[in-house]
Design a protein around this ligand. Structure first.
Ligand SMILES: NC(=O)c1ccc[n+]([C@@H]2O[C@H](COP(=O)([O-])OP(=O)(O)OC[C@H]3O[C@@H](n4cnc5c(N)ncnc54)[C@H](O)[C@@H]3O)[C@@H](O)[C@H]2O)c1
Ligand SMILES: [Zn+2]
Length: 375
């Protein structure tokens, strides 16, 4: 006879937002407790699991079993996988499915998937019946350390990414690190860029630890859990101080101004995943900071070396399908909402773990820097 599978207690990170506070439960096997946590949070409530076809294949059965074990009545809405699912038609489909299943105000939406499902299901929950509560069950590394925490939800518009959305904090996040075992290695690596980001923003010791321990993070086990918990703590602290991004939360955009331009130039396609663009963008943000005399060049080199060691792109030579033109990049950055009167807001650094918001960077400086990098 085999003993029943026992899971160690998850690491719990609290997001402190007064009456909207919630827990992030991080650990191998934490999905098994989804039903009992929901039953405790909202006795008698039903749950609607929103997921994509790929995640459904791997993890829907276990999720439904976890709910059934606690007597939580559940229905499912399965959408296609991929960024194009963050659209008006899919939002309509999810909202209609929630209504067709008679989800009431006290019931819960369970977003089971990566950032695409989390953003779509989060927005559907925010607007259906003027607001249903959502439980995020992130299944990618990016979603476990970033998109499932902090309450940003949204879909894409023809005018750009994430332009339709709402702030809607989850009531609970369950980050089961074992779910990442089925994730494509390239997706895991892309998510790792956002993990490294937290070290670069304000935690030099975490970056030191990642340089020494990244192989263990990739391998799974306690180091993975530790990296995810440290990342969630970092994001939770920033969100608690600046929920609506009127200030400090902008630090989370480190690497994203450069990154978004490359991502847009690649058409938000598989040619360049979001996290890959962020790795390139963070490398450029540190190199640019070095060029402005803010960061010692060897610190900028250390950032590039670590991201490259992990297998992330750090130079335009690493881009599949070639680099975009200088004019195209500048155009894309100018379309970014962070540009005013030839000045750009950038996240720059004075060192690893010493990032800051620079609201007044001359577009001409950026152009000269990128011209060098593209040469
Ligand atoms: N709301 C926020 O604060 C926030 C922050 C960062 C990013 N985002 C958004 O997140 C999205 C990107 O998220 P993502 O990188 O998780 O992409 P994703 O949700 O598209 O997932 C990537 C791929 O992996 C598959 N997948 C997911 N989990 C899996 C698993 N456990 N096993 C096997 N396959 C799995 C998915 O089906 C998909 O094909 C973007 O739309 C971005 O705008 C939002
Ligand atoms: Zn990002």
């Amino acid at each position: 006879m085999t003993a029943p599978l026992r899971h160690p207690e998850p690491t719990v990170v609290r997001v402190a937002l007064a009456e909207r506070s919630y827990d992030i439960a991080i650990g191998r096997g934490s999905l098994a407790r989804l039903g009992s946590r929901i039953a405790a949070l909202r006795p008698g409530a039903a749950a609607a699991i929103v997921t994509d076809e790929t995640v459904a294949r791997h993890h829907l059965a276990a999720t439904e079993a976890a709910l059934a074990a606690a007597g939580v009545r559940a229905m499912r809405v399965v959408v296609p996988a991929g960024e194009s699912t963050k659209s008006w038609p899919m939002l309509e489909r999810v909202c209609d499915a929630l209504l067709a299943q008679r989800m009431e105000r006290r019931d819960l939406v369970v977003a089971l998937g990566g950032g695409v499902v989390g953003d779509l299901a989060g927005l559907a929950a925010a607007i259906t019946r003027r607001g249903l509560d959502v439980v995020q069950v992130p299944t990618t590394l990016l979603a476990q350390v970033d998109s499932s925490v902090g309450g940003k939800t949204g879909i894409n518009a023809v005018h750009g990414k994430n332009l339709i959305g709402a702030f809607h904090q989850p009531v609970l996040v369950i980050a089961d690190t074992a779910l990442l075992d089925t994730l494509a290695p390239r997706e895991f690596r892309a998510g790792y860029a956002e993990v490294a980001k937290y070290g670069l923003i304000n935690d030099a010791r975490f970056f030191d630890w990642l340089e020494a321990s990244w192989r263990d993070v990739f391998a799974g086990g306690p180091a993975r859990e530790q990296a995810i918990a440290t990342s969630c703590r970092a994001k939770a602290a920033i969100v608690a101080r600046d929920e609506r991004e009127t200030g400090e939360r902008a630090l989370l955009n480190l690497g994203h101004t450069f990154g978004h331009a490359f991502e847009a130039a690649a058409g938000f396609s598989d040619r360049l995943l979001h996290g890959e663009a962020v790795a390139l963008g963070m490398t450029l943000a540190f190199a640019f900071s070095a060029r402005l005399g803010l960061v010692p060049p060897d610190e900028a080199d250390r950032v590039a070396a670590h991201l490259a060691a992990v297998g992330l792109p750090t130079g335009v030579a690493d881009l599949h399908g070639g680099a975009p033109s200088l004019d195209q990049l500048i155009d894309l950055m100018a379309q970014d909402k962070k540009v005013r009167g030839g000045r750009l807001t950038f996240i720059l650094a004075r060192g690893i773990g010493k990032s800051f918001i620079a609201p007044d960077v001359a577009a001409s400086e950026v152009r000269a820097f990128l011209a060098e990098k593209l040469a």
